[in-house]
Design a binder for this molecule. Structure first.
Ligand code: V47
Length: 439
């Protein structure tokens, strides 16, 4: 097993019996250099999983010290009626099916009020591609929430929902999908949209898409939506749904595609290809940086901040999502193991050198595993959540709530300092029922 040396910044020392193939990777990690896809294959293939975890932990601590983030949030699934029938999904229903629902504005406003009472800073809003709702439903929903809960950050709508919205608003053009999505995002921003969640990315691969989510948008369109969001100054997240019919090589490709997309977003903010990732102050024009390589995991790298949003948005976090077979068309598959989940978090931290954060979403990973993941590359376990409809871990009900005390205790027990964040990763300071953010 590989251990860290006692001093900080620690250097992950090589232990007897460790895989020598990790040596050149260790050297690159120490120097803050980008790992190749072949390096990624070694990280996934080695039996020295603890060596991989130690490297990821080294990077995570260099970027965030011993801080671990959580937030106080509420999920709203406005409808589970969906035009698609993705094989991995157990959430969707067809109109008229048992359990199909679409929430009205009164229900939604009540949920927003409850969120405020619970001290939430964020509402995470997603749903199926409901063909029966008009475009105004979505802008009315955001306005209604904003009216009763003006302080709540609205992180809403995955890329595939936004393409669907462009279609129902009749602004979608096959030959220019970006312009319709831009129009939709602008209308939603006027109504209160604050950022995009990372859902629906699945694994960027044509073979897997054909087999498991044939009629859903592909990787190019998913990335285009996030590109437009970033151009409009919105931050976004991204996910990777793994452990079904995907392979490790396909996961690495997925991470590589995201890494390149983030390079472009960071270049727009004024980051240069400097391996330390310093912001080049005063940069006005980055158009000549066609293929930048920007890392944020080096020694003194400065992470992007929401204050830069006038220049553009960026991906804040990767959220690896382990596949839950229960109730889906792929129920016969076993789903990933605990060790595969740990390794995948570590590989994501190491490969995504230009992503500020890695989230171990405790609802899907379970809180005990999320604790371990804080030492395997993750710096965030997400929030108090309350109701979660998309997956039901081990047959649990949709009611999956943890108090702030539970989350803080779990983080402290894992040896980290719990820090409450808002959606944009600013520290939250509380005074009784009031809260404010500090940059
Ligand atoms: O888009 C669906 C995935 C996602 C299953 O942005 C499944 O902060 C596993 O995106 N097994 C929704 N996963 C969750 C999501 C998310 C969660 C937490 C935080 C954020 C964020 C985003 O869940 C879907 C889909 O990719 N999913 N079915 C399943 N059976």
């Amino acid at each position: 097993m590989t251990t860290l040396t006692a001093t900080h910044p620690a250097s992950p020392a090589r232990a007897p019996g460790a895989d020598p193939r990790l040596e050149p990777i260790r050297a690159k990690v120490l120097a803050g250099k980008r790992l190749s896809l072949d390096d990624g294959a070694v990280l996934y293939g080695t039996t020295d999983i603890w060596g991989v975890i130690a490297l990821a932990d080294f990077v995570r601590r260099r970027m965030h010290g011993d801080v671990a983030y959580y937030n106080i949030n509420k999920h709203l699934n406005y409808s589970n009626v969906c035009a698609l029938s993705c094989k991995f999904c157990e959430f969707y229903r067809k109109k008229g099916d048992d359990g199909a629902y679409t929430r009205d504005l009164d229900y939604i406003k009540d949920e927003a009020k409850k969120a405020v009472e619970l001290g939430a800073t964020e509402m995470h809003i997603v749903g199926g591609l409901n063909p029966y709702l008009p475009f105004e439903y979505y802008t009315d929903m955001l306005r209604a929430i904003h009216e009763v809960a003006p302080g709540l950050h609205l992180k809403a709508f995955t890329a595939v929902e936004l393409v669907h919205l462009a279609r129902i608003a009749k602004v979608y053009k096959r030959d220019d999908p970006q312009s319709g999505v831009r129009w939709v995002l602008q209308r939603l921003m006027e109504a209160g949209l604050g950022s995009l969640p990372g859902g629906g990315a699945e694994v960027f691969d044509d073979r897997i898409q054909k087999e498991a989510w044939k009629t859903k948008i592909g990787s190019d369109e998913w990335l285009d939506v996030h590109l437009v969001a970033h151009e409009l100054g919105l931050n976004s997240n991204c996910t990777m749904l793994y452990g079904h019919i995907d392979g490790r090589r396909e996961r690495l490709n997925h991470l590589e595609i995201l890494r390149r997309s983030q390079d472009k977003a960071l270049a727009r903010l004024g980051y240069t290809g400097d391996p330390d990732g310093f912001v080049a102050e005063g940069i006005t024009q980055t158009a000549n940086i066609t293929d930048p390589v920007i890392t944020l995991s080096g020694e003194n790298a400065k992470l992007p901040t929401p204050a830069m949003s006038s220049r553009g948005g960026y991906y804040q976090t990767i959220i690896p999502l382990p596949f839950f077979p229960d109730g889906s068309e792929l129920e016969h598959l076993p789903g990933p193991t605990g060790l595969e989940n740990l390794r995948t978090i570590a590989v994501a931290r190491l490969m995504l050198d230009n992503f500020p954060h890695v989230k171990a979403f405790w609802i899907m990973q379970t809180l005990p595993m999320a604790q371990l993941m804080l030492e395997a590359g993750a710096d965030d376990i997400d929030g108090t959540v309350v109701w979660y409809d998309i997956t039901k871990v081990g047959g649990s009900s949709t009611h999956q709530e943890k108090s702030v005390t539970d989350l803080k205790r779990a983080i402290r027990e894992a040896g980290f300092e719990p820090v409450e964040r808002d959606t944009l990763y600013r520290r939250v300071v509380r005074d009784g029922k009031d809260w404010r953010v500090v940059d």
